[in-house]
Design a binder for this molecule. Structure first.
Ligand code: SF4
Length: 340
């Protein structure tokens, strides 16, 4: 019984089917595993009167989050490497923010999207992660690194919509109140703009779940150069999918824009980007390029980044400048995969 792959409903169903037990025991077990990292079922108060059942369950319970084999720190930021049961490795990044740690999760081992500015893209796709391996990253952050997690972002290795059903099931699990209890509005799924995934997510109506899109260029020519996915999912198709997405009045999309000196950082790029964004409700994260092997471009100067940002702001775009964190441990945007 792989509990890290189960919603509370799923666990309740298994206990009912296998043992004739129900929500009472399932809730207690779920709480102990997800909130305390406890594997001692016989010691759980709700199991005191059912010790034979508890012992049988202990033998069947599988908790396989993967093994944390390395961790790198830059101030409070931690990048940790998890070795999976088949020996492959993934990276996750814990980003401290006052009182609310954010955990950047991987959804695949490698990635087949091939974005030029990204180390993971150079690895190619090795395989999709299982639900337990996605949930395992939170489990390890919580009970191995002993960190509390408030926010989740699917911005690690992989394109989440390329492993859609698994990612959605893992979101349902991390959202369980008896479990990690991470609110949907604290979970962000970031995509390169796979329009089918955006449409499928819209149909699920997971209210509050945040959608981020890696945009990175204001025109198809530059974007296709940076992100081959743009050949199949052009900027126009992407915008149409976003316009049809069921946002509530208070929600907005997060756009990510990696600024690259001389490639997508001119004044006219900023104007074109603002025109593209209008009238979508967007918060735009500007991120300076992090160094990546084999991609011979540079990040812009702070002044250039400021100038680009000011043009966007003057056009009515809400901009957040994200100065790079985690570069020294290759944990910055686009750098994951170097240590796998
Ligand atoms: S940026 Fe994301 S989608 Fe693109 S190659 Fe890297 S991991 Fe894949």
């Amino acid at each position: 019984m792989k509990i890290l792959e189960l919603t509370l409903d799923g666990l309740t169903g298994l206990l009912k089917k296998g043992f004739g037990k129900g929500l009472f025991h399932a809730s207690a077990l779920y709480r102990e595993v997800y909130q305390r990292g406890n594997r001692d079922i016989a010691g759980i108060p709700e199991f005191k009167a059912s010790q034979t059942f508890a012992k049988t369950l202990e033998k069947q319970l599988i908790i396989e989050p993967g093994q944390v084999v390395d961790a790198f720190r830059e101030n409070d930021l931690i990048k940790f490497i998890t070795q999976l049961s088949d020996g492959l490795k993934i990276e996750s990044v814990l980003i401290p923010m006052t009182g609310r740690n954010t955990l950047c999760l991987s959804s695949q081992v490698g990635c087949r999207m091939g974005c030029r500015f990204c180390e993971t893209g150079r690895m190619g796709l090795k395989r999709n992660l299982f639900v337990s391996e996605i949930i395992g990253q939170i489990f390890n952050a919580r009970f191995v690194l002993k960190e509390k997690i408030k926010n989740i972002v699917f911005m690690g290795m992989g394109e989440p919509f390329d492993n859609f059903d698994t990612v959605m099931e893992s979101i349902r699990i991390m959202n369980e109140q008896k479990g990690f209890d991470i609110a949907l509005r604290h979970i962000t799924v970031s995509t390169t703009g796979l329009t089918g995934g955006i449409e499928a997510l819209g149909r699920l109506k997971m209210k509050g779940l945040r959608l981020a899109v890696s945009v990175n260029a204001p025109d198809d020519k530059t974007r296709s150069f940076l992100m081959p996915v743009n050949h199949a999912h052009s900027l126009q198709a992407l915008k149409a999918a976003l316009e049809a997405f069921p946002l509530t009045r208070r929600e907005c999309f997060l756009f990510e824009y990696i600024l690259i000196k001389g490639l997508n950082d001119s004044g006219s790029d900023a104007i074109k980007l603002a025109e593209y964004i209008y009238p979508l409700p967007v918060r735009l994260n500007l991120i300076p390029l992090n160094p990546v092997k084999g991609f011979n471009y540079e990040s812009p100067s702070d002044d250039d980044m400021l100038r680009f940002s000011e043009i966007l702001t003057s056009q009515g775009v809400f901009v957040v400048k994200r100065w790079s964190r985690g570069r020294s441990v290759a944990a910055g945007c686009g750098q994951l995969g170097l240590t796998c």
